[in-house]
Design a protein around this ligand. Structure first.
Ligand code: F0G
Length: 427
């Protein structure tokens, strides 16, 4: 057996082709594990490099290019892929200077087919759903998971049901779910409650769960790290910064890094930094108390993608941070939205949750946790057009309690050349 499910607490093993999201013995989270014994670092590096130019599936996908590390035994014909991944790494001298660090790169996961990193996880999860014979797919979401699931479900020709809080999810994301044909349930409760509801429905066998509790989602998301490091010629930055909500991404990153390290694909482990929004920062509070159990509170932040009060992947995230000497920081909505606008001024668009990374970097640099000599990779998790409502409200100074450092307001003017020149003060 080359891949199996393994409990992170009691180490019980189950076949990957069985449908489990938690350990049947002890209810803990599950990992997907692979037998890497036969793999060699130089062969893998060469193989991944050769596949870069591939026009055909599976290797045209930025997830399945790394198939040996994601799901080696899988039959290529069974893969559900658009393809996804192949996102660019933006190097910015000016944003490096603004943050006072030696080098900065942005891995722009907003370039994925549905505009967020979720597509990398979804190709894994939906391919797995088909392998276990699922007939219906479901998730709870702050918007991006649901958009991604809806798209991959349509590709797989399977029905999907998404649980969302209407007022808590941006209109652009809701438009995507509707376009891709999902059954959209508007439930007037927060993400955490919606996740509890959909879990009950999935546990009773009515639908396959596509949230990040599903360990195959995280296998796909590991490839954000694989692809970034391949783009950096396998030289690791000192820091990798990621926003934290349900803590799936940081868990996947920790797993990817420890796997690469144990395969000798990388010599050093970068440090992971997770950034939460102040109003949705249970992981930050736990980190401050030596990873005490989560103190669960209702979440509130304008970065709606990470408005999560009870992160389901908490134990895996702790493992990831312990393995990488990681840190957790939190930032206010004003810092997040200013950072988003500052990235925009440098030509890089992203949604608010993604900009938490750069806001967190500024804070960690100021505190001296990150030094001026260090190199940083920020993961931008979602596209700039994912939440245009918040962007416009920011620029129009319509958000209570947000002063806004980088407002840019449209200039109302008559359709007349002299009026335009006067408005521009070009006389
Ligand atoms: N950034 C974006 C743009 C997201 O959509 C999410 C999560 C996160 C960061 C946080 O990632 O949960 O792995 O820590 N969005 C989920 C959703 C919850 O439903 O779309 P995480």
């Amino acid at each position: 057996m080359k891949s199996w499910l393994e409990c992170i607490s009691c180490s019980a093993r189950m076949p990957l082709t069985e449908r489990h999201f938690l350990c049947p013995n002890c209810d803990s989270l599950l990992d997907v594990r692979h037998d890497f014994a036969h793999l060699r670092a130089d062969t893998l590096r060469d193989r991944f490099a050769e596949r870069l130019g591939s026009a055909d599936l599976p290797y045209s996908s930025g997830v399945w290019r790394y198939k040996e590390l994601v799901w080696p035994e899988l039959d290529d014909a069974a893969i559900i892929s658009h393809p996804e991944g192949n996102t660019n790494l933006y190097h910015s001298v000016s944003l490096g200077k603004c943050a006072d660090v030696s080098q900065i790169w942005f891995k722009h996961e907003g370039e994925n087919p549905t505009g967020s990193f979720k597509d990398r996880g979804m190709t894994g999860a939906i391919t797995h759903a088909i392998a276990v014979g699922a007939r219906r797919l479901a998730c709870a979401s702050t918007g991006n998971t649901a958009s991604s699931l809806a798209s991959y479900a349509a590709k797989a020709n399977l029905p999907c049901i998404v649980f969302v809080h209407r007022a808590g999810v941006s209109e652009s994301k809701q438009a995507q779910m509707l376009d891709y044909g999902a059954t959209v349930l508007h439930i007037d409760t927060d993400f955490d409650t919606n996740l509890a509801l959909v879990r009950q429905i999935a546990e009773s066998g009515h639908a396959y769960l596509a949230n990040s509790l599903n360990p195959m989602r995280l296998e796909g998301q590991k490839t954000i790290i694989f692809e970034s490091l391949q783009q950096l010629n396998w030289a690791v930055p000192d820091w990798i910064i990621v926003p934290g909500g349900n803590l799936g991404n940081v868990s996947a990153f920790g797993k990817a890094l420890t796997e690469l390290h144990s395969l000798s694909m990388i010599r050093d482990l970068p440090r992971l930094a997770v950034i939460q929004a102040e109003g949705a920062s249970p992981f930050y509070r736990s980190y401050q108390n030596d990873y005490a159990p989560l103190d669960v509170k209702p979440a509130q932040t304008l970065a709606s993608a990470i408005r999560i009060g009870q992160p389901i992947n908490f134990p895996k995230a702790v493992r990831a941070l312990r393995a990488t000497e990681g840190v957790v920081e939190c930032v206010g909505d004003d810092e997040i939205l200013d950072a988003r606008s500052l990235l925009g001024r440098h030509g890089i668009g992203c949604e608010p949750a993604s900009a938490a990374t750069y806001a967190g970097l500024l804070k960690l640099r100021k505190a001296g946790v990150i030094s001026a000599e260090e190199t940083v990779l920020c993961v931008l998790t979602g596209h700039g057009l994912k939440d245009t409502q918040t962007a416009i409200a920011y620029h129009m100074a319509e958000l209570p309690e947000i002063a806004g450092k980088y407002l840019n307001q449209p200039v109302p003017v008559e359709g007349d050349v002299s009026a335009i020149l006067a408005a521009l003060q070009w006389q």
